[in-house]
Design a protein around this ligand. Structure first.
Ligand SMILES: Nc1ncnc2c1ncn2[C@@H]1O[C@H](COP(=O)(O)OP(=O)(O)OP(=O)(O)O)[C@@H](O)[C@H]1O
Ligand SMILES: [Mg+2]
Length: 463
């Protein structure tokens, strides 16, 4: 089913509500008009009946009653509608107009109103009992209703013709108004349609109206901004990843081609293959890191959080780091408390984090320098710091070291091996996944990376 446009829906609702309100109002107005006319007529009829009842009550005999009424009638203009009959249904008096209409005598012992139609003339009759001494009479007074009925009819037809005209005009106006109000939405829709993934730098022109549409436009623009920077990041990441993969693959290929070009000794083949192996390992590590970051981005990389003793973990890493540092003639120093420090963490990931930091410290410190690892509980946090006396990081590089593929000096870094600037990105992700922070300080005297992790199990426990 085709969706109905908002504009039509708004108009339809508007029409429906207005129609209900107008018809309700018309019915109410008609009713009030009718009721007030009838009340006025009935009051007048009651007054006249009361006069006649009083007149009859004052007369002592039947003969007198008839004379009194006739005299009373002669005082009237003659256009009055009334008649008086006795209990046998015999008329004592009938006004000429009443006689002409031929309204029959009635019998009643209580006052009652009735609507009747005689020929073309609608009338309202009040029938009421009257007494003179012990004799009973019936008084009938009436009022022609033709003028009133006509007025009500006229009012009704004004309403029944006026309401549809009013409704049509209002619906037309409503349709136009909603189209007018929705026009900026159309404009935003058309502008949004013209934005393609190839050209995400475009922005919508936002109407400065301070209303919902301005908010919608600004929200869409902010969303475009986020999408643009995400796409840029992904494009950059893909380009960097391909670039990093190209270097070792080219090395392997060249090495293989050169080796195969001439006959070689066994030792030469062995040497070539071990070079191929080193480059392949680097490719594997790079691919593994890329996949880890991709999983981290999509939220599918899950950590296995458990009660982990950071002291024990740091001591184990320290043993491994010492060999690494001493191989490069660096002094190694570790300050790890003897008591267990429990955190809620993934031991594999935390181990990897420490190795990333120590690997950098060793890599970027020339022989003769020193690298240290320290673990300190500080309040409800634990501080793990890795310091070195190496080449340091310039102020310009400092804000970028956690970015993917960022290296302060690409040529130098490739000689040093590694996966080309992913280490700290992965380290930062691990720290953040543990609810902690990582900070870096650096000078020409060396660098220091400090990781702070929360201690959800409370202060240091000796258990
Ligand atoms: N301790 C350090 N001293 C000096 N510079 C550092 C230090 N640690 C990191 N850096 C700088 O930060 C950059 C990013 O570090 P990162 O660990 O992310 O990448 P990498 O070490 O170059 O490569 P890999 O992916 O193998 O770790 C490094 O290239 C280096 O320029
Ligand atoms: Mg590194």
């Amino acid at each position: 089913m085709k969706a109905i446009p908002i504009r039509t829906r708004l108009t339809a609702w508007y029409f429906l509500i207005l129609a209900t309100a107008l018809i309700g109002f018309a019915l109410f107005a008609l009713r009030v008009m009718q009721k007030s006319i009838y009340t006025a007529v009935d009051e007048q009829l009651e007054d006249r009946a009361r006069d006649l009842q009083a007149l009859i009550a004052r007369s002592s005999s039947g003969g007198n009653v008839a004379t009194e009424i006739r005299e009373h009638a002669e005082l009237q203009s003659g256009s009055e509608l009334f008649q008086v009959s006795d209990s046998a249904g015999q008329f004592l008096y009938r006004s000429p107009l009443m006689q002409r209409l031929g309204v029959p005598a009635a019998r009643t012992d209580r006052q009652q109103f009735a609507d009747a139609q005689y020929g073309d003339l609608p009338i309202r009759i009040l029938t009421a009992p009257a007494t003179a001494g012990s004799r009973n009479f019936v008084v009938q007074v009436a009022e022609p209703m033709d003028d009133f009925v006509e007025a009500i009819d006229r009012f009704r037809s004004v309403l029944w013709f006026g309401i549809p005209v009013l409704l049509l005009a209002a619906a037309g106006g409503g349709y136009w108004l909603s189209a007018f109000a929705l026009r900026p939405v159309d404009r935003i829709t058309r502008a949004a349609q013209s934005i393609t993934p190839q050209d995400l730098s475009q922005r919508l022109t936002v109407p400065q109206t301070g209303d919902e549409l301005q908010r919608l436009g600004e929200t869409l623009n902010k969303m475009l901004q986020r999408i643009e920077s995400a796409v840029l990041r992904i494009t950059q990441f893909t380009a960097d990843a391909s670039h990093e993969l190209r270097t070792p693959v080219a090395l392997i290929r060249t090495r293989a081609e050169v080796t195969l070009a001439n006959p070689r000794t066994n030792d030469q083949y062995r040497e070539a293959l071990s070079e191929v192996l080193v480059e392949s390992e680097r490719i594997s590590a790079l691919i593994e890191n890329l996949m880890l970051l991709a999983r981290a981005d999509t939220g599918t990389e899950t950590l296995d959080f458990q009660r982990t003793d950071v002291s024990a973990l740091a001591r184990a890493v320290s043993a491994q780091a010492q060999t690494l540092a001493e191989a490069k003639e660096l002094k190694w120093n570790a300050a790890v408390p003897d008591v267990p420090i429990w955190v809620l963490g993934d031991p594999q990931a935390l181990r990897r984090l420490l190795l990333i930091l120590i690997d950098n410290a060793v890599k970027y410190t020339p022989p003769g320098g020193g690298v240290s690892l320290a673990v300190d509980p500080a309040g409800d946090q634990i501080e793990i710091s890795v310091r070195d006396t190496g080449i340091g990081i310039t102020e310009a590089d400092l804000p970028h070291v956690f970015e993917r593929f960022y290296r302060s000096d690409k040529a130098r870094s490739h000689e040093l091996g590694g996966t080309g600037g992913l280490g700290l990105s992965i380290g930062q992700w691990i720290v953040q996944a543990h609810g902690g922070q990582i900070t870096v300080e650096s000078s020409t005297a060396g660098s220091s990376f400090v990781v702070r992790l929360p201690l959800p199990l409370g202060k240091v426990s000796s258990a």
